[in-house]
Design a protein around this ligand. Structure first.
Ligand code: PEP
Length: 275
């Protein structure tokens, strides 16, 4: 599917802070980013047609949210409970994220899917819960190195996607503007080893083909698919120049305002005049 057959979509850039920073440095990063991206600092404001969200550690959501005011960036949670409320020690509910004005949430990140052996049914339940609670979701999928080297990358990604979306059969259940899909090859996350843009694009096509099969081609074209895995200020422009890559999910490089803001600005090149 070439870019010309796709409608203009809003690029998405997410900054996943993981379990990094401390309160003071998180607030400082949020303040600097907000100044950079809103135009309150020295440069111009980031084009408002780009969605930017940061995902701080849960205990810092309130302070980071306050430091960013109404954004940009928007605020997101790194995880949510599949349950509404109750006896779930340590978990964070969708309602709690909403109370803190967190609009976005990550679901299926490999550090939970693989690192914490989060089962597919839990990922599915979290996605449903997030949508029911009106949150916007970044659903992450991606293969391990072993799966790529054995030729199983496509099957793995398609299976993760189909499994995550099971039960969301209608388009009403899955508004394309509320779910961003992140292709994150596990071997590229935090390793400094970025997927070749050709390989990332190929994986994005597998994702869009699957969305087309599950829903329809128009829906697949309108859904944002972003790349994650060692995105930096140096490689972002090349990745975002590819028609299939609608932005990025960024870990390490989101911990410095300068590199994250540069990555956000690299996405401006994707905007046509009529988006
Ligand atoms: C991530 O955590 O989703 C990620 C892509 O991390 P990094 O950019 O550090 O590879």
């Amino acid at each position: 599917m070439s870019r010309s057959t796709r409608p203009a979509v809003r690029p998405f850039i997410g900054g996943n802070w993981k379990m990094n920073l401390r309160l003071a440095s998180a607030v400082e990063l949020a303040e600097t980013l907000h100044a950079d991206l809103s135009g309150d600092g020295e440069g111009a404001a980031l084009d408002a047609r780009i969605d930017v969200a940061v995902f701080p550690p849960a205990p810092y959501l309130m302070a980071v949210g306050r430091a960013m005011g109404h954004g940009p960036p928007a605020l997101g949670g790194q995880d949510l409970s599949p349950h509404e409320d109750g006896a779930y020690t340590g978990q964070v509910s969708a309602g709690m994220l909403d109370d803190l004005n967190a609009r976005w949430v990550l679901v299926g990140h490999s550090e939970r899917r693989h690192g914490l052996a989060e089962p597919p049914e839990t990922i599915r339940a979290k996605l449903r819960r997030a949508l029911e609670a009106d949150l916007e979701v970044v659903l992450c999928v991606g293969e391990t190195l072993e799966e790529r080297e054995s030729g199983d990358a496509e099957a793995t990604i398609v299976e993760q996607l189909r499994s995550g979306l099971e039960g969301l059969e209608t388009l009403e259940a899955f508004p394309p503007e509320r779910i961003v899909l992140a292709y994150e090859p596990v071997w590229a996350i935090g390793t400094g080893r970025t997927a070749h843009p050709d390989d990332a694009e190929e994986a994005h096509r597998w994702i869009r083909r699957t969305l087309g099969e599950l829903y329809d081609r128009g829906f697949a074209a309108a859904t944002r698919v972003v790349y994650g895995g060692s995105v930096t200020a140096s490689n972002a422009a090349e990745l975002f120049s590819r028609p299939e890559i609608d932005g990025g999910l960024v870990g390490g490089a989101s911990l410095k305002a300068e590199s994250f803001a540069a990555i956000c600005r690299a996405a401006e090149s994707r905007l046509g005049t009529s988006a």
